[in-house]
Design a binder for this molecule. Structure first.
Ligand code: SF4
Ligand code: SF4
Length: 92
């Protein structure tokens, strides 16, 4: 049972000091979670501390590949509206 940080991480350092198990470390090209140390914060906190502070939607996923902060959850922008805006920008 462990979370994973993926490539959309922007290396902001916000999560690293919050981990109760020192499972998060800086790496190249992005931060990583040591799966052997990550407890998903069970027993320490009601929610995963790394995901609770991460400012990037989709940067932290669970073992099923599901984002802890899915698209739209932090920005409030519906995913379909975001996709439409990106398509419009790409077409310029
Ligand atoms: S879920 Fe908790 S234990 Fe796992 S990396 Fe994030 S802060 Fe650390
Ligand atoms: S808080 Fe999110 S974006 Fe920042 S270092 Fe951690 S995983 Fe990466």
């Amino acid at each position: 049972m462990a979370l994973e940080i993926i490539e959309s991480c922007v290396n902001c350092w916000a999560c690293e000091p919050l981990c109760p198990n020192q499972a998060i470390h800086a790496a190249t090209p992005h931060f990583l979670i040591d799966a052997d140390k990550c407890s998903e914060c069970v027993g320490d906190f009601a929610e995963a501390q790394c995901a609770s502070i991460c400012p990037i939607e989709g940067a932290i996923i669970d073992e099923l590949g599901e984002a802890l902060n899915p698209p739209g959850s932090l920005t409030g922008i519906p995913p379909e509206r975001w996709a439409a805006a990106q398509a419009e920008i790409a077409a310029r």
